[in-house]
Design a protein around this ligand. Sequence first.
Ligand code: NDP
Length: 335
Amino acid sequence: NQRFVLASRPVGAPTAENFRLEEAAIPALGNQDVLIENHHLSIDPYMRGRMSDAKSYAEPVAIDGLMVGATVGKVLESNHADYQAGDWVLAYKGWETHSVVDGDTLLKLNPDLAPVSYALGILGMPGFTAYMGLLDIGQPKEGDTLVVAAATGPVGATVAQIGKLKGCRVVAIAGGEDKCQYAREHLSVDACIDHKADNFAEQLADACPQGIDVYFENVGGKVFDAVMPLLNTGARIPVCGLVSQYNNTALPEGPDRLSQLMGTILVKRLTVKGFIIFDDYAHRYPEFAHDMAKWVGEGQIHYREHAVDGFEQAPQALIDVLEGRNFGKMVVNIK
Ligand code: NDP
């Protein structure tokens, strides 16, 4: 069994030195345990938070501890009545080639329904995040203008497409022309703006002539700065993530905009609500699973993976996601 542990806590962007690849013995299986050969490892922005010991909604990974994460794999051995060798499962343990976990914590996957790795993206946590954040907090209505950044990633692309299904005018934001072209062609968005463009704020304003009714917050930073003046009275802002800030070591430069933000919340009577997907919405998972399987099955929602081959690539894959070098859902293929 190979595993990545946290060697040290990053200051700013993580580097390869923050991770250590180790060989470890596979533990003996206890009652109810299942041994899994992991085939796909999910790489997600929240992992940056777990590498830090700043207080958060979840415990940090300990130094020398296994990096946390979701994997899809095949059962090799099982002491659990519900699982047998050959079954495909979703596990939540970590960055390792083999996992031993209590079968009660696993989700069984149907490989005939969709590629099994989709359970790490559109049919799993990121898809669920997009679905609940947009529908429950964003409350999109027909004709609303919806803005979402990181629009080709698993959360943003799903938000954009559900927004279209609900009849919104969708303005996507992504890093670079390739991603924008993809968003326009495959996600059916009405416009896509490159946040790296010099006149980004101006282009965003031009793309939102009726203002913004729903801003799905994935990134923060200068994207939010450009969004704030365009928000309509009664706009909703599901606060999902602030990925542009995760590697920051200090407050951003420039004037303090807190009073401007609070003034906008007051005058525009905004709804600004954060959420942590499984903590807040676990009870609504079946609703999501039903709708998303249907939409994906009917080809109404398009999904793109960015797969890299080789378990040893996992640290670089996370470094890349935090810098926007992924184009689609980042997955490491272990086998
Ligand atoms: P993505 O695969 O979309 O990866 C992150 C993307 O963020 C990058 O590809 C990049 O896209 C964009 N990005 C990075 N840096 C910047 C920057 N400085 N300015 C603008 N954009 C930037 O990630 P996910 O879809 O997995 O996650 C999206 C967000 O949702 C994250 O903030 C994540 O933390 C959050 N999240 C929250 C959950 C919750 O429960 N609240 C659950 C799951 C995810 P581009 O090149 O297009 O700019």
